[in-house]
Design a binder for this molecule. Structure first.
Ligand code: NAI
Length: 338
């Protein structure tokens, strides 16, 4: 199985991806980069490569899997920790899937708190005002985080960094996870309904699965405390976006911080500033003064990019050397989900 140069096509690539991969590459892999997303139409471009590297908005469905298998591919390498874009049932036994289980939970949790404080302390408004020499304070009143209750959904790697940061702010931390970590010391587990009713801020850190799809929907949003802030840096499909929009319009939800969006695939990571956005829900959400949207950039730190590149490279080389690592590693807090 050992081969000298491995040819890999990196889909949905950006300049910073290429830079980090080339910096980490020791020459064993010859990467080619395309800005195209992997889908049923672009999969055929991988014909002359040994493998492909995919990201969060690439689609690894039946069509793509069949095409890659026909080309003789044995494995796909994700440069993400999330894997909801892979048809796990269909891929089983056909292609091996490798991911980057942890590259920097801090990067995502720190971004989530940056969003929380931007929204809470109206930094996005203040920034625009002072650039226009408007030094008034009207409408900029926020809340202390001290003593407020934050509800963390999913106490995995990112959720636990969130808990540490929240403890630094002296918040009351409650959490829900069907696969709890044993004997937590700096937060308490509660049921999901209790988390909904008690939290001033709800932050989602669970993966997108069949069970968690629309975990925040019309019903569950109405069970939240009036004035709650919703934070999603995990996956867009965890929230029914239209229901969230309605809950914001009815003034039940006070604010939302979204780094992910359920229909982000052909929008996020692209410059759409000269286009009319067809997605009315996203347009409406962005137009709200109390909604902050970032374009899936939670992972975007130098440290995370370095870790992603070096882990993908080591996943590829160890697979082609016959000693695979991080294969289908899909378990939660030690409980295997497959
Ligand atoms: P992890 O696997 O360490 O933790 C996930 C946690 O969610 C586990 O504790 C698991 O038991 C829990 N969980 C599973 N089902 C649940 C349910 N029904 N309700 C509540 N909790 C449930 O994953 P990690 O590294 O903490 O990442 C979490 C998610 O963050 C990823 O799945 C990914 O979607 C997202 N992410 C977003 C990034 C961004 O750039 N915005 C970057 C990296 C990850």
């Amino acid at each position: 199985m050992k081969r000298n140069v491995i040819k890999a096509l990196v889909y949905d690539s950006k300049g910073f991806v290429e830079e980090s991969f080339e910096l980490a590459n020791k020459g064993r892999i010859k990467f080619s980069y395309t800005s195209d997303k992997l889908n049923e139409f672009t999969a055929r471009r991988a014909e002359n490569y040994d493998t492909v590297v995919a990201f969060v908005n690439d689609t690894i469905d039946k069509h793509v899997i069949d095409t890659l298998v026909k080309q003789g591919k044995k494995a796909i390498f994700l440069r993400s920790s999330g894997f909801n874009n892979v048809d796990l049932n269909y891929v089983d036994g056909k292609l091996k899937i490798f991911r980057v289980p942890a590259y920097s939970p801090e990067a995502v949790a720190e971004h989530a708190f940056a969003l929380i404080q931007t929204s809470n302390r109206r930094i996005h408004k203040a920034y625009i005002r002072t650039r226009d020499f408007n030094f008034s304070l009207d409408g900029l009143i926020g809340n202390n985080l001290n003593n407020k209750t934050i509800g963390i959904v999913g106490t995995g790697k990112i959720g636990r960094v969130m808990i540490d940061i929240a403890n630094g702010f002296k918040m009351n931390v409650i959490a829900y996870d069907p696969y709890p970590v044993p004997n937590p010391t700096n937060f308490s587990y509660v049921s999901f309904p209790e988390l909904l009713s008690r939290s001033d801020i709800i932050s989602l850190h669970c993966p997108l699965t069949n069970e968690t799809k629309y975990i925040l929907n019309k019903d569950t949003l109405m069970k939240t405390k009036k004035g709650v802030m919703i934070v999603n840096t995990s996956r867009g499909g965890l929230i029914d976006s239209r229901a969230l929009l309605d809950a914001i319009k009815s003034r039940h939800v006070s604010s939302a911080c979204l780094d992910v969006y359920e229909e982000e695939t052909n929008i996020f990571f692209e410059d759409k500033s000269n286009h009319i956005l067809d997605d009315e829900v996203l347009r409406d959400l962005i137009s709200m003064p109390n909604v902050i949207v970032t374009s899936h950039q939670g992972f975007l730190t130098h440290e995370a990019l370095e870790n992603i590149a070096s882990t993908v490279i080591s996943n590829i080389t160890s697979f082609f050397d016959g000693t695979p690592r991080n294969e289908n590693e899909i378990s939660f807090n030690g409980v295997n989900k497959k």
